[in-house]
Design a binder for this molecule. Sequence first.
Ligand code: SAM
Length: 202
Amino acid sequence: MIAQSKYVVHEPEKCKGKWKEVFGNDRPIHIEIGMGKGKFIMGMAEANPDINYIGIEKYSSVLLRAIQKMEENELPNVVFIRMDAEDICEVFDKGEIDKIYLNFSDPWPKDRHAKRRLTSKQFFERYDGILKKDGIVEFKTDNDLLFQFSLEQVPEAGWNLDKFTWDLHNDEEMVKGNVMTEYEEKFSKLGIKIKYLKAVKK
Ligand code: SAM
């Protein structure tokens, strides 16, 4: 099913430096790492037809759900990749990506696993290698400890912390245009505050 899907780029390393050709245009490219079932990325793609979106997901079982959504509502500006984000520098060239979204990323609570967190400075180094100058990382989470860690990692990685809030849904300015993810819906219904930050590459 995934192996045959036209919505999935199957050998993404071969597209390194050529993603504009994949989409057939020069529009900016935004990626979401750990997109889950794809609700957010598809909502963003529908709202922003002038931006190309690439959804990255580690697990086939989850990716399959996003593919099913695309089959019901095909969007020309979205493709998916099944991969571990650790390898993104083999898939995207320097400056090829304009923006990265990280939504409700796995917390990896043990200290010894900190470098696996998608907002660790080790991951910011990888983002440095694929984003253009002034490229952006936006991160949303329900998890206080992961958010505090992420706020500290941004300057440690040499990035600018442009803005942040511990309560996105009650921040009139920052919530404008917010597209909810599956996990965001679930956690906000439980009364858990959604945390958000925007980091900009120097
Ligand atoms: N972003 C979605 C949302 O907000 O509803 C899903 C959140 S879920 C907690 C985290 C997702 O990230 C899972 O689907 C998981 O498989 C994926 N993921 C975690 N680590 C990843 C990695 N290193 N590379 C790619 N995907 C990853």
